[in-house]
Design a protein around this ligand. Sequence first.
Ligand SMILES: Nc1ncnc2c1ncn2[C@@H]1O[C@H](COP(=O)(O)OP(=O)(O)OP(=O)(O)O)[C@@H](O)[C@H]1O
Ligand SMILES: [Mg+2]
Length: 446
Amino acid sequence: MAEEILSLEEKCAALKRMLRESKEETDYYKRIAEETGKRRVRDIHELSRLISVQKTAQEERAKLEVKLRDAKKMEAIATLAGGIAHEFNNALFTLFGSIELMQMDLPDQDIVKKYTETMKKSTHRMANLTDKLLAYAQGGKYQAKIIPLSDYVEETLPFLTPMMGQSIRIETDLPRHIPNIMADLTQMQLVLSAVLTNASEAIEGEGRIRVSVKEDNIDEHYVKENPDARAGRFVCLKVEDDGKGMDIETQQRIFEPFFTTKFQGRGLGMAAVYGIIRNHDGWITVDSRLGKGTTVRIYIPVVQHQSRKSGSPISEALAGRGTILVIEDEESVMDVARQMLQKLGYHVLESTTGREAINVIESSASDISAVLLDIGLPDMEGSNVFSIITKVHPEMKVIVCSGYSIEGPVQKILDAGAHGFLQKPFSFTTLSEKLKEVLEDKQAFN
Ligand SMILES: Nc1ncnc2c1ncn2[C@@H]1O[C@H](COP(=O)(O)OP(=O)(O)OP(=O)(O)O)[C@@H](O)[C@H]1O
Ligand SMILES: [Mg+2]
């Protein structure tokens, strides 16, 4: 019995153990199955990710190949167009000149005049066409000026709109605060005229053209999508029309010289625009849908140095002559003051301490026209430097410079006889005016 019970207990225990083990085994297999499943799912995800990466890379490569082919094609046509245009221009010059000489020599008979005038008109037309071909080939004349594009468009539009039908409404958005661009005015007029003419020709009956200018910061993401583009600050001229739009083939061929869908078109407008804008370091995009209209965007880089005076000589009114002693201990301030004075035409002597300045005055006072005295010197008080200068050279013109206002130490030196005060930071014009005032001996206090 005991044996039976025991064996029963044993059986129970064995059964329990088996059950536990089988559960553990089941759990183990379950876990394995789950992990394998997860891994499979992960593998499938990874695989599909790799496939899509590869697909995107292939698509990008295909896009770039098309662009490269297009660019090469445009380059080849540009070389051809440029070559023909140069030859044509020479021939046209000979032709036109000969006609004029002939007109001078021939008797002023009506019939001769009539024929020669027709010949002249034709050479003019050819010259105009050659100009566009040259513009496309980027070999045109190029006289760039810094211009605010909004102002330019506003001034030019009134000359272009009369050519458009009465039924076309022109809207503009030409803000004033847009940075300047560097552009050839004659070529920009050609660009505006070509794009606006196309827009108006695309409108049958009533329609609207919107011309706007804005600043655009081009990022790397945009450049990836538009290989003609460059990253940076650009001004964008946008011309939108709600005309008949274009199909894909026309869009692809729009910049080809002599490509036209118009009965009397020459197909040179957009080719010239393309060459001109590339010549201005910019690019063009055309978005169009059949029956919906077209948007042309023209990007031209912002001029980095906005000052219109840059590089121009200093005006007569500001320029001066003579030697100025600058007493200033701070290097960066000295640098700027020196450059400003030199630009104005003055010769500059420099001292970084009161002692040094006094030595300079003692040795070459007669050559010095005026002194710019900073009052915060490391070795001496400004008022002491001033009194020594005036002792050595009572007629010396001294202008006190300080970051502080006129009260206190500055006023003390002015009361003691200094000729003027310049509060830092001072502008180029303020410096020039103060020096002129003091050197020409006008009443100078402030
Ligand atoms: N805004 C637009 N809407 C619809 N189609 C346009 C537009 N701009 C250009 N196109 C299409 O692009 C083609 C080429 O334009 P492009 O200005 O170079 O030549 P064109 O207008 O045909 O002739 P032209 O030398 O007189 O300008 C046009 O014939 C037209 O099909
Ligand atoms: Mg045109």
